[in-house]
Design a binder for this molecule. Structure first.
Ligand code: ADP
Length: 189
């Protein structure tokens, strides 16, 4: 799909602020794809659609998780996580994107997942470091992203878990499992 067409489709689903974030994720994901040898076009399309379901009604998202037999434990960690896997489902069924690598990257962009392929890591990280993000620690992760994709993902996962802990929020375990997995891989390098 052409970039212009994809952006037109997603713009209708998002607020202006979220659309600007999406453009930042797109630029960042393309740069990371070039840096780490991933498919530029798949990175572009996955980034454009990563937040497709962000503003869908919570009830619709819950219903899709149940009807499509997605991991129902997601429902016990608040509604913020649902837009990622539900987004992948809607992008497939409403927009007609069937590429599994793109759909996987959209599915895993918020929580991460153990054994994330290259494209998943790129979208996960691009969402975290795009130019519009300005939370504490993001510059360190931006610098790491130039050097080592997995080390940068580890830092982003660590920051997210630390942030959620400080806020006394629930933590969906896949994020910690992803952190452990990448950290173990790194130590064994
Ligand atoms: N493992 C987790 N458990 C619970 N909440 C999480 C987890 N991982 C990320 N979040 C939260 O989900 C929210 C959405 O994050 P994210 O998908 O990165 O943003 P966006 O989709 O808006 O670009 C954030 O508030 C983040 O802290």
């Amino acid at each position: 799909m052409e970039r212009k067409k994809a952006l037109e489709i997603v713009k209708e689903q998002l607020t202006e602020h979220r659309y600007v974030h999406t453009l930042g994720v797109m630029e960042t994901a393309i740069a990371l794809a070039e840096r780490y040898g991933a498919d530029r076009k798949k990175a572009e399309i996955a980034a454009i659609f990563h937040d497709y379901a962000k503003f869908r009604p919570k009830e619709e998202m819950r219903r899709i998780v149940i009807q499509q037999k997605m991991d129902e434990t997601l429902l016990h960690y608040g509604t913020e996580l649902l837009h990622a896997p539900v987004g992948a489902y809607l992008v497939e069924h409403e927009v007609g994107i069937t590429n599994q690598e793109i759909l996987s990257a959209i599915t895993n962009h918020t929580t991460g997942a153990v054994d994330m392929p290259l494209l998943d890591q790129i979208i996960f990280l691009a969402d975290y470091i795009e130019p519009g993000r300005n939370f504490p620690g993001v510059d360190e992760v931006r610098a790491l992203a130039q050097e080592d994709l997995e080390v940068a993902c580890i830092a982003a996962l660590r920051n997210t878990v630390t942030f959620l802990m400080k806020q006394q929020q629930l933590i969906f375990p896949a994020t910690i499992e992803t952190y452990n997995h990448l950290q173990r891989k790194r130590k064994n390098r």
